[in-house]
Design a protein around this ligand. Structure first.
Ligand SMILES: [Zn+2]
Length: 429
């Protein structure tokens, strides 16, 4: 592999503006103040693409990483022909995350969660202990793949109802272990398990939206788009679960403003959720700076109904400083509701007119674009980026031998935290 020197960057608190070095897996500002994201500030202001580094790492200039790992794919951006003709759009660009060899897309777990996983696992300043990741499914698959391939100890927690998301083309290394919350539980319950796990000595949280490596890994979708197009788009379409991808897109946009070579606009964030589970939309529609109270029982019922299970986050990084509310207020945009039926139809149209399958969350994004066109929310001549956050999964499954994994332990939703800790500690003894 080509020699690699760790990327030079420091961290900055979005609340107090404090600058400090990334010493030990920092997830927040060391100063005591209101919840706030921290951001990586890179020494290199004008990004260079590095084709000599494999996969995602061609964007290493703007990734907080110390090393390169094997096996990653990168987002691929191309100008749409089929879908743009169908919708009458002049400049529709698709950023595809997933498996599509004909287009040069080689994410073998099929979603942009791979961008996060390869970035997070290459930020190695906390290499001791077991990383803990809670996931609705796709994130778990991506992290399992990277950690197994690169021998990084990992504990995954997922809802049992999403277990079919854990398919692989290779057996996993024993450094990757899986636990689940019982049927009827959702992503929120999986997060609960992970919160208990990280209280154990030797376990540390991956950090989700708070991890700069995760956000900047996701931001490579925008790096791919802007560098391919040569310009910052007017609109950014993506389906959101936590909204972390949208925050990352906004942050990448801000870096391009400082870069100065790609225009001076901010992409409007055209985001979407899968109805009837719409907590972020409901908060944003009222311009509420905080999430509205959520009834746990009702949320579980709604999540049960939606096809795009990965869009089921009940505690998104919305209200904290530098989070989704701030991003939307700064960049502008809207959050749309898309039904299962609308998403299914959009997926069929994408397959027919572009030539590949898209996963349910990406289908929600495609449907939201169709809706925005139908409702005249956007100028048809504008420059549009459609982030296909997952696709080619059916294609990959057909071309490869796929096996599924089962959780080592399944916990009741009301399980005693002490017992959960004992069981988890026993797994890694
Ligand atoms: Zn601070």
């Amino acid at each position: 592999m080509t020699a690699f020197h760790p990327t030079k960057y420091h961290l900055q608190s979005l609340c107090c503006g404090a600058n400090y070095p990334d010493k030990n897996w920092e997830l927040q500002c060391p100063q005591p103040h209101q919840p706030s994201l921290i951001r990586a500030i890179y020494d290199i202001r004008q990004i260079n693409v590095h084709p000599e580094y494999s996969g995602l790492y061609r964007f290493a200039d703007w990734l907080p990483i110390e090393r390169l790992l094997e096996g990653s794919g990168a987002p691929v951006t191309f100008k749409s022909e089929g879908l743009s003709k169908l919708l009458g759009l002049d400049q529709l660009y698709i950023t595809f995350n997933g498996y599509w060899p004909e287009k040069g897309a080689f994410m073998k777990s099929g979603t942009f969660k791979e961008c996060e996983a390869y970035s997070v696992c290459a930020r190695t300043n906390n290499s001791e202990g077991v990383m803990v990741v809670a996931s609705a499914g796709n994130t778990a698959r991506a992290f399992a793949r990277v950690c197994s391939q690169n021998k990084i100890p990992l504990l995954l927690t997922i809802p049992l109802d999403n277990i079919r998301a854990l398919w692989f083309d290779h057996p996993l290394d024993s450094c990757v272990r899986l636990i689940a919350c019982e049927s009827g539980g959702d992503y929120f319950d999986a997060i609960h398990l992970s919160n208990i796990a990280v209280e154990l000595e030797g376990f540390y949280p991956e950090g989700g939206a708070k991890n700069v490596a995760r956000r900047d890994g996701m931001g490579t979708t925008v790096l791919s788009a802007v560098i391919t197009i040569g310009k910052i788009p007017d609109y950014y379409f993506q389906a959101i679960g936590s909204g972390t991808g949208a925050i990352a897109a906004w942050e990448a946009n801000l870096r391009f403003l400082k870069d100065g070579r790609f225009g001076s606009n901010k992409m409007k964030l055209m985001l979407s959720q899968n109805a009837p589970f719409l907590p972020i939309k409901e908060a944003w529609d009222l311009r509420s700076p905080a999430m509205l109270p959520i009834d746990d029982g009702l949320a579980r019922t709604q999540v049960d109904e939606i096809n795009a299970k990965v869009l089921s986050n009940r505690k998104p990084p919305y209200a904290l400083k530098g989070g989704l509310y701030d991003a939307m207020m700064d960049a502008g945009g809207t959050i749309m509701a898309v039904t299962n039926q609308e998403a299914e139809m959009a997926a069929e149209l994408f397959l027919k007119h572009e030539g590949n399958d898209v996963e349910p969350a990406a289908a929600v994004a495609v449907a939201s674009l169709m809706k925005a066109v139908e409702e005249d929310q956007i100028d048809k001549k504008s420059l549009i980026m459609l982030n296909i956050t997952g696709g080619g999964i059916e294609k990959f499954k057909m071309e490869n031998n796929i096996s599924y994994i089962t959780p080592e332990k399944i916990f009741a939703l009301d399980a005693d935290p002490m017992e959960i800790k004992q069981e988890i500690a026993g797994m890694f003894r």
